[in-house]
Design a protein around this ligand. Structure first.
Ligand code: HEC
Ligand code: HEC
Ligand code: HEC
Ligand code: HEC
Ligand code: HEC
Length: 193
C-alpha cells in the first residue's frame, strides 16, 4: 500500500510540475500552431503587426485577427497541413479561433493600447519583445512589464518635436528637460482605477 502512496505522490508532483511549467506560470497551448515569423517574412502581402492586431490603434485591446482573415490565405482546395485543416474546421463552425491570452495584467490595472501605440508611438516590441522571430505561439509571454517598468518609462518620457524644438531654439540646442511639456502621469490612479 505504501508504495502506491509514494508513486501517486510522485505522479501528482510531476503533473503539477508540467502544468506549472517548472517554477513559472502554466504554459499556454494555443489551438493552432501559428508562426508569427512565417507571416511577418511574407513580401506580398507585407504584414505589419497592426494588420492583424488592428484594434491596437483604436482602443484598449489589441485583438486577434478573424478566422475569415486566416481563411483568405488558408482555404481553397485541400488543406496542406493538419493546422490548415483545423483553421478550416473553425471556419466551418463559424466564430473565432479560441486563442488564449498569455499576458494579462491584474484587473486593478488599467492599460490602453491606443494611447501607447497611436499617440505615443511606442513600438510593440518595447513591451512584447521580438514576436516576429517566433516559429510557434509562445507558451509564456516573451516579455512582461512589472509596475516599475511602466512607471520608469512614464517618468523619463520626453515628447519629441514641437515642444522640444521651441525650447531648444531659446536655449541654443542643449539637450533639454522640457519644462512645461505635458508629463506622463505617474499617479497611482492613472493606472489603478
Ligand atoms: C498574420 C497575423 C498576425 C500578425 C501579422 C501578427 N500577429 Fe501577433 N498574433 C496573431 C495570432 C493569431 C496570435 C495568437 C496566437 C499566438 O500567440 O501566436 C497572436 C498573438 C500575439 C501576442 C500574444 C498576446 C498575448 O499576450 O496573449 C502578441 C504580444 C502579439 N501577437 C504581438 C504581435 C506583434 C508585436 C506583431 C508584429 C511584429 C504581430 N503580433 C503580428 C496574429 C498575428
Ligand atoms: C496573406 C496570406 C496569409 C494570411 C492572411 C495568413 N497566413 Fe498563415 N501562412 C501564409 C503563408 C504564405 C505561410 C507559409 C507557407 C506555408 O507553410 O504554407 C503560412 C503559414 C502558416 C502556418 C504554418 C504552416 C502550416 O500550414 O502549418 C500556420 C499554422 C498558419 N499560417 C496559420 C495562420 C493563421 C491562424 C492565420 C490567421 C490568424 C493565418 N495563417 C493568416 C499565409 C497567410
Ligand atoms: C506600452 C506597452 C505596450 C505596447 C507598446 C504594446 N502593448 Fe500589447 N500589451 C501590453 C500589455 C500591458 C498587455 C496586457 C494588457 C491587459 O492584460 O489588459 C498587452 C496585451 C496585448 C495582446 C493580448 C491582449 C489584447 O489586447 O488583445 C496583444 C495581441 C498585443 N498586446 C499586441 C500588441 C501589438 C500588436 C502592439 C503594437 C501595435 C502592442 N501590443 C503594443 C503592453 C503593450
Ligand atoms: C515606453 C514607454 C511606456 C511604457 C513602457 C508604458 N507607458 Fe504608459 N504611457 C506612455 C506615454 C508616453 C503615455 C502618455 C500618452 C498621452 O499622454 O497621450 C502613457 C500613458 C499611460 C496612461 C494614461 C493614458 C491612458 O491610457 O489613459 C496609462 C494608464 C498608462 N500609460 C499605463 C501604462 C501601464 C500600465 C504600463 C505598463 C504595463 C505602461 N503604461 C507602460 C509611455 C509608456
Ligand atoms: C504606470 C502605471 C502604474 C502606476 C503609475 C502605478 N502602478 Fe501599481 N501596478 C502597475 C502594474 C502594471 C501592476 C501589476 C504588476 C504585475 O502584474 O507584475 C501594479 C501592481 C500594483 C500593486 C499590486 C502588487 C504588485 O506588486 O503586483 C500595488 C499594491 C500597486 N500597484 C500600488 C501602486 C501605488 C500605491 C501606486 C502609486 C504610488 C502605483 N501602484 C502606481 C502599474 C502602475
Amino acid at each position: 500500500m505504501r508504495w502506491i502512496g509514494l508513486a501517486g505522490l510522485a505522479v501528482i508532483a510531476l503533473l503539477a510540475w508540467g502544468y506549472w511549467g517548472g517554477w513559472g506560470e502554466p504554459a499556454v497551448r494555443q489551438p493552432i500552431e501559428f508562426p508569427h515569423k512565417a507571416h511577418l517574412e511574407l513580401k506580398d502581402p507585407k504584414f505589419e503587426c497592426t494588420t492583424c492586431h488592428d484594434r491596437a490603434e483604436k482602443g484598449p485591446v489589441a485583438g486577434r485577427p478573424s478566422t475569415k482573415k486566416c481563411l483568405s490565405c488558408h482555404s481553397g482546395g485541400k488543406a496542406k497541413s493538419a493546422e490548415e485543416k483545423k483553421i478550416q474546421a473553425f471556419g466551418e463552425k463559424g466564430g473565432d479561433i479560441p486563442w488564449k491570452r498569455v499576458w494579462r495584467l491584474p484587473s486593478h490595472v488599467f492599460f490602453s493600447h491606443r494611447t501607447h501605440v497611436a499617440v505615443a508611438k511606442v513600438k510593440c516590441q518595447t513591451c512584447h519583445g521580438p514576436m516576429e522571430t517566433l516559429a510557434r505561439p509562445p507558451a509564456r509571454a516573451l516579455k512582461k512589464l512589472a509596475m516599475d517598468a511602466c512607471i520608469g518609462c512614464h517618468e523619463k518620457w520626453e515628447w519629441p518635436q514641437e515642444t522640444k524644438e521651441k525650447e531648444t531654439k531659446e536655449e541654443e540646442a542643449k539637450p533639454v528637460k522640457v519644462a512645461g511639456a505635458r508629463r506622463v502621469s505617474i499617479d497611482c490612479n492613472a493606472c489603478h482605477r
